[in-house]
Ligand binder design. Sequence first.
Ligand code: ADP
Length: 425
Amino acid sequence: MPPRFLTSWRMPVTCAALLIAGGAAGALAGSTLAGVTVVSLVEIVVLLSLFRHKSGPMLQTPATPHPEYDRLMTRTRRIASRLRDLRSAAGSLPDGVVLLDHSQHIRWFNHAAEELLGLKGPRDRGRFLSEALKNSELAGWLEEGAREPLTDAAAPGHPNRHITATLLPFGSRQRLLLARDTSHLTRLEQIRRDFVANVSHELRTPLTVIHGYLELLDPEDVPELAPVLDEMRAQSKRMGQIVEDLLTLSRLETQDHLVEEHVPMAPLLASLRKEAEALSQGRHTVSLDVATSADLLGSIKDLHSAFGNLVSNAVRYTPTGGKIAIRWAPFDGGARFSVQDSGFGIPAAHIARLTERFYRVSSSRSRDSGGTGLGLSIVKHVLNLHQARLAIESEPGKGSTFACVFGSDRLLDGSRLHDVAGAPA
Ligand code: ADP
């Protein structure tokens, strides 16, 4: 009689389930390599489970030759050889792979997992994974449930390397941990940030000098050059603003925590309204609606800059006669700062990309209105630092609403004021 594992209905069902899990995992991980990796691994798991009993005699040699027995043996050898190939392929994959049982104990890991995660075989086989990862960022992520992929984490086995980790479910409550070395991407990102910050910094001084000399020139001395001088002044001012915005973005990108200050909302909102009116110069109706007395916890300077960008956009992208409404109101347990305009609006296809640097719906309209193309990037970074999000609703021809949504942790009421720097005594 053939062994139970070859006839059991469980084998094809498990194979199919695992292959589907593998494909889905590949898609989740977002790359063909990851997909291939996971599919191959899933096959290995199946084969490993088939050969779980390989140390004992799997088949009893029958007393008399039997064609069924020979066929079975040939098939068994083929599967064994495939298992060896797959094991060696998985072993040499560049991504760290760890197979876990239902209680997160380590069943198997490859060579890259040893390097990146600091695991050692046979010492760590059978150990609880987060225990084997020794108080690392990865261990903390696993203990919190590892629901989202962990990006740009320090590799527990290599202090100078960075990894992205994903935990994928498969089979009956088993898990697969994939760890990819992303150090080169982190390095490239660092080079890009340093380059932008250095170029912006180097441009700042010469631009200040040019701008200073342009201010000294009097158009009345050479009236025929007055329009040229005006244009030169406007452009040097614009370049100066781009440099300042790039430096602000560089600072926000490298900053991972905030100076936690008490941000009094009443004076901030009043000042935003005044800024809108000054920029509009009577061309729009500006209103302010304050529906909560809550203040914010965060950086006064950065929040003012983010809210100011939204107000300035509303004025710049709303034709004369339009309305601009600034609101501060309770929302979903937290609070929401919003700026609504009755302006040009934005087609839906552009909305997801608005916070990219230099992304504009209409370059000429943005430039004519004095934009740098960096305002919404700054808003997004400031909000990220405050664990807040930007919500955009817009309809072409009708107008837009840009809202900053803050969680309850960022709100200050009277009872919490005394804990915070900058709070009134
Ligand atoms: P810019 O300096 O060009 O305004 P932003 O990053 O602030 O750069 O905005 C990106 C783009 O989003 C703008 O170029 C504009 O096309 C669009 N946009 C931003 N705010 C509004 C708004 N209130 N109404 C219509 N379009 C807007």
